[in-house]
Design a protein around this ligand. Structure first.
Ligand code: FA5
Ligand code: MG
Length: 478
């Protein structure tokens, strides 16, 4: 139940979400269209692919307890500070996360519940939930998606038991038909923790890798790409609450698609939870990403469809191939504009922003550029090393006066066009040599999942999108 005005930055002085009231302040940026997703719980909806996948993973990890948090609203402390995120981590920025106020936010990852769950005394658990991020718009990104956190910890005295388990798991994986590439090594950039016995840390790392390779085998063992067994690769990563850290990707539709992040839990994270005598591993996986590959679902928006032609295709416990009931034609419109002088000045003054806008990189996932991998690279949710960050403004500058950010542009497009927008792509940008003014051009691709859009309808919608962008961001159409 969401009661709030249609313009989140003004009018009413509080949000009411799930019968609780949250005061608004200068940090509030969660719009009603996002809050309205709370309670949809795709991960708990019977016969929905997200829920089917959750169930399959839960039955694979039979010794793990399933946990479901009751609300996506967490404290900023839980989402970031408690896990060791630096005060200037870019994920905290208003352009990347949704805030109710300075103290409360929509969780950006299920890791927000790690400390409280360790504190409850569970040693092996899986926690699934909806998470929220301001992000780019394309077929694999949506501002609301679902993650599953999984962890296993043991008393620090269990080295021998771990060695035994690892030997068993290695045997089970011996004839796995997947092609698993794992060039990762322990190094200064991805070290064991100083407080860990290296042999023990190595066994935890091995158990993590065996457990996840086993899961991937269970899920994708019979999947092929162009007739070849599925290729999986492990790459080095960085998260403030794990080391060593990794990401796992699969080769899918001609690119590396990131499925999950993981690592050996930082001892200080376990200390926070009062379980200093335990150590172990954690992972966080994107349920949509895996479901898209497993069920052959081509667009992440489909998960939100209420069309029975989508929903009727799936059965609890079964992995079936989605048969597109139609592919309606796309219709793209380009928009060229001058960035407002004030927004341009804000970018120049902060000495930041530009790089991110130009590279389309979000604070959560950054394309590496040189390995051709989608979202491959060393940085992730937890991941951007402070040196690569853009400064987070501590005083939010609203509307037309703040630095142009692509996530703001995308959010306005989504607010007006909803799920009719398929992709938003930067196609051109330049700085006028004489005036110094900055120009950008975006291509907005419109397509409905359920029906054919007429050209008139798209023209009207695009005009509306344009008007809102001009009004809210002060851009000047060229
Ligand atoms: C995290 O969120 C970490 N909390 C994961 C983690 C947990 C690391 C425990 C270590 C230990 P990341 O931002 O990479 O990491 O997101 C994890 C996964 O969520 C990604 O691999 C991807 O599968 C999925 N994901 C991320 N952003 C989106 C998005 N916008 N839409 C759909 N899926 C997404
Ligand atoms: Mg990542």
């Amino acid at each position: 139940s969401v009661a709030s005005s249609s313009s989140p930055s003004t009018s009413t002085s509080s949000y009411t979400v799930q019968n609780r009231s949250y005061h608004r302040d200068d940090w509030s940026n969660a719009p009603p269209v996002i809050l309205s997703k709370i309670g949809r719980n795709l991960h708990l909806t019977p016969n929905h692919p997200i829920s089917i996948l959750r169930g399959i993973i839960e039955s694979h990890f039979a010794e793990h307890t399933s946990v479901t948090p009751s609300t996506p609203i967490v404290s900023v402390y839980q989402n970031f500070d408690e896990l060791g995120f630096a005060p200037d981590h870019p994920g905290r920025s208003l352009t990347d996360s949704y805030y109710l106020n300075r103290e409360h936010m929509l969780r950006t990852h299920t890791s927000a519940h790690e400390v409280e769950t360790y504190r409850s005394g569970l040693d092996a658990w899986l926690l699934s939930a909806d998470v929220y991020r301001r992000d780019e718009i394309d077929s694999s990104h949506y501002p609301v998606f679902h993650q599953m956190e999984g962890t296993q910890v043991w008393p620090t005295t269990s080295l021998h038991e771990l060695q035994k388990r690892n030997a068993e798991l290695a045997k089970q994986l011996a004839d796995c038909p997947l092609v698993i590439e794992d060039p990762t090594t322990i190094s200064d950039s991805n070290p064991y923790q100083a407080s860990h016995d290296p042999e023990h840390a190595a066994q935890i790392t091995q158990h993590l890798k065996h457990s996840l390779n086993g899961l991937i085998f269970r899920l994708f063992g019979h999947t092929t790409q162009d007739g070849e067994p599925l290729k999986v690769r492990w790459i080095e990563a960085f998260f403030p609450f794990t080391t060593p850290s990794y990401e796992v990707e699969v080769w899918w539709n001609g690119e590396w698609l990131e499925l999950l992040g993981c690592g050996v839990v930082m001892q200080k994270t376990l200390d926070q939870a009062g379980v200093s005598h335990k150590s172990g591993w954690a992972f966080g996986l994107g349920l949509e990403r895996i479901a898209m590959v497993l069920f052959s679902i081509p667009d992440i928006r489909l998960f939100w469809s209420t069309d029975s032609r989508f929903l009727s295709q799936f059965r609890e416990g079964e992995i079936t191939t989605f048969k597109p009931y139609s592919r309606y034609p796309p219709c793209y419109k380009d928009m060229s504009f001058w960035v407002s002088p004030k927004q341009q000045a804000a970018v120049a003054a902060s000495g930041s922003g530009t790089a991110r806008v130009e590279s389309r990189a979000s604070a959560w996932e950054r394309e590496s550029g040189d390995n051709g991998g989608k979202e491959a690279g060393v940085s992730t949710a937890g991941g951007l090393e402070p040196s690569a960050t853009t400064a987070t403004t501590t005083t939010p500058v609203g509307g037309k006066d703040k630095a142009f950010h692509e996530n703001d542009y995308c959010e306005i497009v989504r607010e007006v066009a909803g799920d009719l927008v398929e992709t938003v792509t930067l196609i051109d940008e330049f700085t006028h040599p004489k005036t110094g003014r900055q120009s950008k051009a975006y291509r907005i691709n419109y397509r409905s999942m359920d029906r054919s859009l007429s050209n008139e309808e798209v023209n009207a919608l695009h005009a509306q999108v344009q008007d809102r962008l001009v009004a809210d961001m002060g851009i000047e159409i060229r």
